[in-house]
Structures are given as structure tokens and as C-alpha cells.
Design a protein around this ligand. Structure first.
Ligand SMILES: *Cc1c(COP(=O)(O)O)cnc(C)c1O
Length: 376
């Protein structure tokens, strides 16, 4: 919790649940990543937190932006980003979205299939395109599965085709999975994709960019490597494969930029000992899976939880949300412990909850309002 957030909570006693995010911390994270990888251009993955306050701060730092949809493209433009600083990074785009982005001046687009490439050729002629390669997501707490990316063979074919279609075959990309906790995932992916890069260059394609995606982790319950370790591993791998002839490098951090900049304050609604022979108490909060904490699915993202009783005796708990849905359980298997003194009415904080929360919440399931947001 940053001092600014602590002061806000004390002074304003906001209604819960709410996100409170310190925009100065967003800037610190941006600078730390830029220092760790000075040669890489940063495209902030807007979907992690598209709040105007966040976008405006990043525009002020000359960040670039990775947009997943046309509304995100427009949010970046509204916040003052230049169209040339926006990459439309989703490989699945409606024709109308491509047309609107192209008309707005966006010139860089991702794809990973022939049909998408044809859509781009027709609706964004001349655009710079980059092909996303499927890479291993081992080591990621929130893997992106097999939904995105194509094989080396088909990427090779499509990149050769892109030029013939009147597009500019600009680069290659990958994503090692979100909350990636190993530096090795980047090394392996760079090795795989760099070979294709060299191969296509030798075939006469004027490739200029390696886009290393996002994935850089936020510290939740468990420790993660420092950002400099990722920077060093990436630079070593890039130099090993490209020598002095480095292509432009792009990264698309989302979680790393906003994750630990914010927290969610919640209220304990009920503490229940469901079975007197079972020491596990059920702690129900006023926010759950449908209130924005969607990444607790599969107990993948394990937030640290702070209470006003910290330091006193604890016992095992299951933690759940307030809705009438049986899936609305945050943690049952991850061995959470909370103070025995915890009781309904207490406020708790889920730390480092600045990423992938506000936009994941439902709009009125069980009548609960969307998550309130405060930017300080
Ligand atoms: C979601 C996403 C990102 C951001 O990933 P993080 O793990 O939050 O850094 C970057 N690039 C693409 C293409 C994405 O879909």
C-alpha cells in the first residue's frame, strides 16, 4: 500500500468494494521497466486497466499502447496518444473495428491467420503487420492457452504473402503468458522466433520488429523475480541471436505497469464456521469473482490480503464472494489463513489488485453495482 493510498482510505473512508490506485506508482513501474529494458519500446496493454488517469499519465511519459479493441484505440486517442503510438494487437478483429482504426490513423496491426491478413489487406491497405507466434506458456500463472498465435511454418508463409497483398510485413510477436514467473520463458520464445526472423530476412522480407509481448509479473502472495532479471535475460537472448544487428524491440506490459499500483478494499460480510469439526472458516467478502476478481478462477492469481488484525493468531479459511453463484469462490485450495479475530464489518485490502479487475466486473449480477474506482 502506498502512502497516498493509505491517506486516501483514512481520509475518505470510501464505500466498499472499491479499487484505489496510485497513479504515481504507475509511472514508477513504467520507469523501472524502461530502465530494465532501455532498448525496447513500451506498448502498455490497455486492457489491464484502461482508466483515463492511467492512460494520460502514460501518454505524458511517451508510452506507446497495445489496444485489444476499437474502444481501447479510441480511449488512447482521447487520452492524447498519437495514432502512430497505437498497435492494434488483438489477432481477432471485426472488419468494422479494423476500418475505424485505420481511418483514425492506426498503422500497426497483429494477425495470426490467413483470413485476418486478408481482412487487413482489404481494410487497412499498406498497414504494418506483425504475425503472432504460438509459444510455450509454462511458468505463467495466467496462461493464454492455445487461443492465439500460429506455427513457425504458417507464420513464414503468411509473412511472405503479406507483402504481395500490399501490406508491410513489419515484425513477429509472441506472448509467454500472463504473470510469467520465469525468465526462461522469454529466452526460449526469443530463440524460437528469432530463427524465423533471420530466415525471413534471408528470404528478402524487410522485417524490423521483434515484439516480445507482455507477461511481466506483479508480486502477489508469492515472490517473483525482479524486473531487472527479465531485462537481463531478454537482452542476453536477443544479443545471442542477433548479435550487433538488433531489430526494433517492443514489449506489451499490462499487469506489471498497474498491478501493484492499486488495491481493492472490501468489507467482510460474514465469517462462518460451516462445520464445527472443520477448522476452516468461510469468509465472505463484498467482492468476489463477479465483482472484478475474475483472475481468481482456478485460484490462479493469489492476492495478498491485509486486515486490521494482522499480527494476531490466524486460522485456515476459504474465501468467497457475496453472490448467489456457487462459482463465486475465490480461494478454497490455496491454504489461505486469516486472523481468528476477523468478523463481519471489518475492512480488508486485497493488495496489488490494480490490473485486470475493474473491467472484469459484471454490470449488475445479483444487483451489485460495478466496482467503484478511485485514482489518487
Ligand atoms: C493481455 C496482453 C498483453 C498484456 O499481458 P500482461 O501479462 O498483462 O503483461 C500484452 N499483449 C497482448 C497481445 C495481450 O493480449
Amino acid at each position: 500500500m502506498t502512502p497516498k493510498i493509505a491517506r486516501f482510505l483514512t481520509q475518505h473512508q470510501p464505500a466498499t468494494p472499491c479499487l484505489v490506485l496510485d497513479v504515481d506508482r504507475v509511472e514508477e513501474n513504467f520507469r523501472a521497466l524502461r530502465d530494465a529494458l532501455p532498448l525496447a519500446r513500451i506498448y502498455y496493454a490497455v486492457k489491464a486497466n484502461p482508466a483515463r488517469q492511467v492512460l494520460r499519465r502514460l501518454v505524458g511519459l511517451s508510452s506507446h499502447f497495445d489496444a485489444a479493441g476499437i474502444e481501447e484505440v479510441e480511449a488512447c486517442l482521447d487520452a492524447g496518444a498519437l495514432p502512430s503510438a497505437i498497435s492494434f494487437g488483438n489477432t481477432i478483429k471485426k472488419v468494422s473495428a479494423i476500418q475505424r482504426a485505420h481511418r483514425a490513423g492506426v498503422t500497426m496491426f497483429a494477425f495470426d491467420s490467413r483470413e485476418e491478413l486478408e481482412k487487413l489487406a482489404r481494410n487497412a491497405p499498406g498497414a504494418r503487420v506483425y504475425c503472432r507466434i504460438l509459444v510455450e506458456n509454462a511458468g505463467a500463472d495466467w496462461p493464454l492457452s492455445r487461443k492465439f498465435g500460429t506455427t513457425i511454418e504458417s507464420a513464414r508463409e503468411l509473412m511472405l504473402l503479406a507483402g504481395d497483398m500490399g501490406l508491410d510485413p513489419f515484425g513477429l510477436s509472441f506472448h509467454v503468458g500472463s504473470q510469467q514467473t520465469t525468465t526462461q520463458a522469454y529466452e526460449l520464445a526469443i530463440g524460437k522466433v528469432a530463427m524465423l526472423f533471420t530466415d525471413l530476412t534471408n528470404a528478402g522480407v524487410n522485417l524490423r520488429m521483434m515484439n516480445l509481448g507482455g507477461g511481466f509479473p506483479t508480486r502477489y502472495r508469492d515472490e517473483v523475480p525482479e524486473i531487472d532479471r527479465f531485462g537481463d535475460a531478454i537482452m542476453n537472448a536477443m544479443t545471442a541471436h542477433f548479435g550487433n544487428n538488433l531489430p526494433d524491440m517492443a514489449i506489451e506490459p499490462g499487469r506489471y505497469i498497474v498491478g501493484d499500483a492499486g488495491l481493492v478494499q472490501a468489507e467482510v460480510v460474514l465469517v462462518s464456521q460451516r462445520d464445527k469439526n472443520d477448522p476452516v472458516r468461510w469468509v465472505y467478502l463484498d467482492i468476489g469473482r463477479f465483482g472484478g476478481l475474475a483472475e481468481t478462477e482456478g485460484e490462479s492469481i493469489r492476492y495478498r490480503i491485509k486486515t486490521s488484525h494482522d499480527g494476531s493468531a490466524t486460522g485456515p479459511v476459504a474465501i468467497a464472494g457475496p453472490t448467489c453463484d456457487g462459482a463465486d469462490i475465490l480461494y478454497e485450495k490455496s491454504n489461505y489463513r486469516l486472523p481468528l479475530a476477523l468478523t463481519s464489518g471489518d475492512r480488508v485490502e486485497l493488495l496489488a489488485a490494480g490490473a485486470y479487475v475493474t473491467t472484469y466486473c459484471s454490470t449488475g449480477f445479483n444487483g451489485f453495482a460495478p466496482l467503484a474506482e478511485h485514482y489518487v
